[in-house]
Design a protein around this ligand. Structure first.
Ligand SMILES: [Ca+2]
Ligand SMILES: [Ca+2]
Length: 128
């Protein structure tokens, strides 16, 4: 029996996400899939969601939680801004967000202590 390779989870903070192994979305198709999957489970207005990208080690150099570099990105036009207009903290974790004035499913860096839903990608399981 093969289970779905994607598993939505309860809302968690970007800090917890940093301890997991997440390396996606890595394409526009995955970007749409992940965001729409989470939002199919969350009622109300479209929810912002964490992805496993951050710039903790060097400001402006984003990497996945396993330390690998990213080839794909879909930043909102004014992002990443490291919270230049926010007080009092920097923004080192990346989310897919919903804003009426932003491109649908575009990315924003945000404060890692905030709580948003996220999705973990795991290997398929086989039960004998
Ligand atoms: Ca930053
Ligand atoms: Ca930002």
């Amino acid at each position: 029996m093969v289970h779905t390779p994607f598993s939505p989870t309860v809302p968690q903070s970007g800090q917890l996400l940093q301890r997991s192994r997440v390396r996606f979305p890595s394409s526009w198709e995955e970007n749409v899939f992940v965001y729409d999957l989470v939002n199919s489970c969350v009622p109300g207005i479209p929810a912002d969601i964490w992805i496993g990208l951050h710039d903790h080690r060097q400001e402006g150099q984003f990497e996945w939680t396993d330390g690998s570099s990213h080839d794909y990105s879909y930043w909102d036009g004014s992002q990443p801004d490291d919270g230049v207009y926010a007080e009092p903290e920097e923004e080192d974790c990346v989310q897919i967000w919903y804003r009426p004035t932003s491109a649908p499913r575009s990315w924003n860096d945000n404060s890692c202590g905030r709580k948003f839903p996220f999705v973990c990608k795991i290997a398929s399981l086989t039960i004998h």
